[in-house]
Every structure is written in structure tokens, then in C-alpha cells.
Design a protein around this ligand. Structure first.
Ligand code: NDP
Length: 311
């Protein structure tokens, strides 16, 4: 198969971000899967044309992500500056003086000397035993600014922040987040938060892009599932799969989807979404699935002062 390139979006700091990323989170990994699958997936993705990889300290796979990138560089497919790498700060490193050392540790695991995008993974700070810590994310943001000032992170942003948390950073800091990475898929369309971020010039990365199209062990979850008739009709019309229809839907909403796969065929399939266009009505028909139902449940943090969700 020919390699497909995702066009880039310009961030509010002038850097360019490829509009689709490979996800490397381990949330859907099966017990039989090994971390080495991540290394292979990253190499396959770069071979298929991906130029953006999403990881996080908490995934425990930064080393394998770095190996996959190194494999691709060794094969002469890309140079370091042609790959955009995103990683994230975990909740137990929110103290200002822990941010830069945590990034240095991520970089050392990745085998990189800078990261393209560094995100605060959640607004919620915890101690290393998981209990709550009352650290203001504005303090954490100061640490992120330092990481950028030192050149260790080219762009900085947040993940899982709500609109008022975004506003509070914008009001209190000279550096705006370049990105907010949040869950967006057909059952959680997030129109208000997406509009809020894009209006402020903050790009939105959409995680768990397939929502409940794929099994999440939640038989009660709302539609659409992979075999949904609305998606099947669009797939037939465009000669694409239901998964590709959903990724295209997100891209046309101006989002940067992060499909995760460790399967070579599906990795190539997921980036092959730049040769067709949905109509406005088709986009609206997918948005109508919205049920405000999340794949990623963090309600165990609901009593934290910075819990981002309504319920
Ligand atoms: P996705 O929505 O990407 O779904 C992944 C699942 O879909 C896997 O089971 C995968 O299986 C399957 N799949 C992939 N491609 C296809 C396809 N074309 N057809 C059918 N099935 C397919 O889920 P995630 O929840 O992993 O989210 C994606 C990424 O977003 C994460 O990996 C992570 O990088 C990021 N993320 C960030 C969070 C945050 O808090 N910032 C939270 C959650 C995720 P297989 O691998 O076998 O193909």
C-alpha cells in the first residue's frame, strides 16, 4: 500500500501538527499483547505515512515508542524532525519543580532530546499513591512553560480540561495551551467544548475516536456500533469502512483523531481517510448519535477540586 500523509494544522505557537496520530494507549490491549507490539505498530505506522505518535508516561510504553521511531529512522523512512511526538505529564508530577524532571525522564525513555508536544494529562493532581493532592494546575502550567522555554518541549498543552479550566489558564498565563486532548467520538460529540477551544485558537485532539464502535465490554453502551446502518450506508457510498467514516467525520470537524491500533492492516486503513469528503448533512447525521456517554470514566476522581466533568 502507498503511504498516505495527513495534512498539517498550524498551532497557535506557529508549530505544525499532523492532523491524525497513532494512539499507543494500552486501554484496549489484550492480555496476550506485549509491549513490543507498540514498537512494531509505531514502525508500521511511519511506513504507512503517519507522522504523529501519541504516548504518555502513564502508558508505560515510551521506550517502545522510541524504539519504533528509531527503527524507522534507521530504515531511512524519516528523520527525527519529520515525526511529531506527543507525550503527557502524569498526575503525580504536578508540582512545579517536578514537571521538567518528569519530561526529562520521558525523553530519556523515548531516546529523544526534545518532544514536539507535552500535555498535562489531567487537571487532577494526585500523590504517587493515587490519593488527592491539591496542586493548582496553574502551578503545573508554569512548569510546562519552563519546559518550553528550555526547548525540551516545542509546544505545550493540556488534556481532559473543561472550558472554564481552559479559560483560567488563558486569563492567568502568557502562554496559551496549543492543544486540548479530549474524548470525542459519535457518542460524545463535545460540540460546546470543541467550539470553545477552536475559538481560542486551541487545537483539539480527539482520543478514543472509535467510541463504542469497538468493544469496550459495555454491552449497554449507546450506538453506533461497528455495524450501525447509518455508518454502513456511508461506508458503502464512499467505498470506506465504518471506522474510516468516523475518523473522516472527526477530521472534517477540525479535530485531530488518535486511532490506536497494533494491527498492520488496520494501522494503514486508519490513515487512508484523506481522499473523500462527507457532506454537511452526513456530518450532522453522525453528530446526532451524541449521548454524552464517555468511554473513559474518571468518576473515581469526582470529589477532586479540579475534576473536569459535569458528573
Ligand atoms: P480507539 O478509539 O483508538 O480504539 C482502539 C480499538 O479499536 C482497539 O481495540 C483496536 O484494535 C480497534 N481498532 C483500531 N482500528 C480499527 C479499525 N480500523 N477497525 C476496527 N477496529 C479497529 O481507542 P483508545 O481508547 O485507545 O484511544 C486512542 C488513543 O487515544 C489512545 O491509544 C491514546 O493514545 C489516546 N487516549 C488519550 C487519553 C487521554 O486521557 N488523553 C485517554 C484515552 C486514550 P487493534 O489494535 O487490534 O486494531
Amino acid at each position: 500500500a502507498l503511504a498516505v500523509q495527513a495534512p498539517c494544522i498550524e498551532l497557535n505557537d506557529g508549530n505544525k501538527i499532523p492532523s491524525l496520530a497513532l494512539g499507543t494507549g494500552r486501554g484496549t490491549a489484550k492480555e496476550s499483547d506485549s509491549l513490543d507490539d507498540v514498537r512494531k505498530a509505531v514502525l508500521w505506522a511511519i511506513e504507512a505515512g503517519y507522522r504523529h505518535i501519541d504516548t504518555a508516561a502513564v502508558y508505560g510504553d515510551e521506550e517502545q515508542v522510541g524504539q519504533g521511531i528509531a527503527d524507522a529512522i534507521a530504515k531511512g523512512i524519516v528523520t527525527r524532525d519529520q515525526v511529531f511526538v506527543t507525550t503527557k505529564l502524569w498526575n503525580d508530577k504536578h508540582a512545579r519543580d517536578k514537571v521538567v524532571p518528569a519530561l526529562r525522564e520521558s525523553l530519556s525513555r523515548l531516546g529523544l532530546d526534545y518532544i514536539d508536544l507535552f500535555l498535562i494529562h489531567f487537571p487532577v493532581a494526585t500523590k504517587d499513591d493515587g490519593s488527592y493532592e491539591n496542586i493548582d494546575y496553574l502551578e503545573t502550567w508554569n512548569g510546562m512553560e519552563e519546559a518550553r522555554y528550555l526547548g525540551l518541549a516545542r509546544s505545550i498543552g493540556v488534556s481532559n480540561f473543561n472550558a472554564s479550566q481552559i479559560d483560567r489558564i488563558v486569563a492567568n498565563s502568557p502562554v496559551r495551551p496549543a492543544v486540548n486532548e479530549i474524548e470525542v467520538n459519535p457518542t460524545l460529540t463535545q460540540e460546546p467544548l470543541v467550539y470553545h477551544c477552536l475559538s481560542l485558537g486551541i487545537a483539539v485532539m480527539s482520543y478514543s475516536p472509535f467510541g463504542f464502535l469497538v468493544s469496550r465490554d459495555r454491552p449497554d453502551a449507546p450506538p453506533p456500533r461497528y455495524d450501525d446502518p447509518t455508518l454502513a450506508a456511508l461506508a458503502a457510498k464512499y467505498g470506506k469502512t465504518p471506522g474510516q467514516i468516523v475518523l473522516r467525520y472527526l477530521i472534517e470537524r477540525g479535530l485531530i483523531p488518535i486511532p490506536k491500533s497494533t494491527n498492520q492492516k488496520r494501522i494503514a486503513e486508519n490513515i487512508n481517510v484523506f481522499d473523500f469528503q462527507l457532506t454537511r448533512e452526513e456530518i450532522a447525521s453522525i453528530s446526532r448519535f451524541n449521548a454524552n456517554t464517555r468511554v473513559i470514566d474518571i468518576s473515581h476522581w469526582k470529589d477532586h477540586p479540579y475534576y473536569p466533568h459535569q458528573s
